[in-house]
Design a protein around this ligand. Sequence first.
Ligand SMILES: *Cc1c(COP(=O)(O)O)cnc(C)c1O
Length: 466
Amino acid sequence: MSELKNLPSVDRLLSEPALQSPIAEHGRSVVTDFARAELAFTREAVKGGAALPATSELLAGIQRRVAAHMRPRLQPVFNLTGTVLHTNLGRAVLPESVVEAIARAARAPCALEYDLETGGRGDRDDLVEGLLRELTGAEAATVVNNNAAAVFLLLNTLAQKKEVVVSRGELVEIGGAFRVPDIMRRAGAKLVEVGTTNRTHLRDFDETLGPKTGLVMKVHTSNYAVHGFTAAVPEAELAQLAHARGVPFVVDLGSGTLVNLEQWGLPHEPTPRDSIDAGADLVTFSGDKLLGGPQAGLLVGRRELIAKIKKNPLKRALRVGKLTLAALEATLALYRDSERLPQRLEALRLLTRPEAEIRAQAERLLPAWQAASANWRLDAAIEPTLSQIGSGSLPVDRLPSVALVARPRGKRAGVLHQLEEALRRLPVPVIGHIADDALRLDLRCLPPDLEIEFAAQLSALSGLGA
Ligand SMILES: *Cc1c(COP(=O)(O)O)cnc(C)c1O
């Protein structure tokens, strides 16, 4: 116990060369706090019978504490889950040109709501309205924080205390807390369901529309598919019926890409232009799903309806900031040259990556993966796998890809979870996916320029092991 007298003082520790760079980087008071914490911890350990640590150990402990505390909580990760637009991992990865636009808007004052022609006050939506009109064929557009906000604002503006007629087959829940019936209620609208889960006909709508109807709404069933004996009413027929009864027809598209994805071998996904052409008065969609841009909710459609929505005081509460608008403008601008889109829009590049290119990457990484897995007594291999698009888009369509796979020898399923955890604890955490007694790292989303860094991390793993 008297050994405790031999512990160095806080001041002594702070004057050690090893702490000068943390002090320069993070400030003296931060390092002082963690020196105190390390000393307090050590005192307790010694009282409990532990040996008195060397000063170098104390310094290393302080450095670890400072580093762990100062590390940003929002950490970059390798998304090798096989889900490209992974909501929990931030959805669309932005192209460099878009990142540049965000940095430009952040670095200096910008004409966010300032008309450079007249010197008067401008409207922030004007920054992207032209592009959105061009790309969707709509008369007008406005932008809010995400698509959930877009749907909420639309309902609150156009259907408060009125009925909104929706097919029973479309009362969707999007992962997390977005449920069409809940949003409806919170927006002050009354949901009226028509038809059945699998079949809804025009006559179901025809019989239901009445004096209390405020809107006819179609919700794209983005995250599931109903197969078999099904029927849904085409948008054009719904639009016609709604207009004959004097109410708007609106579509929540969810993902909403702006181009025909089939030209790159991807599954068909409806576009806002399709809905507008079919007669929809308003269409809402996300900025960070298939569009491949920043988190945002886009509303496009008839001028007078967009004007009403923009006058709702809640628009002010749901609006986006300059960083989002800078990113959105730069993303939308890429769509003007749709031929080069797969090279320039990162989300689309990942979705269209050739299987052969992913396989070549897997083959280059296999030796490092084998070395890492050997220590865990796992069999390492390359196997074909199927990526999914994610974010509720196109749930049934899968993209052929290639994964690094580890399987336990014998019945040791627990070891997979240990490996999964070790991968998560790497300096740049690697997020994989366990299914069917195997851990898979789908390489579709491993950026080629980070391949070396990734391989180096795997060698660090081989130092661990079970
Ligand atoms: C994803 C989705 C939403 C929610 O969009 P966010 O941008 O995540 O707020 C709403 N409706 C549909 C149909 C969706 O697919």
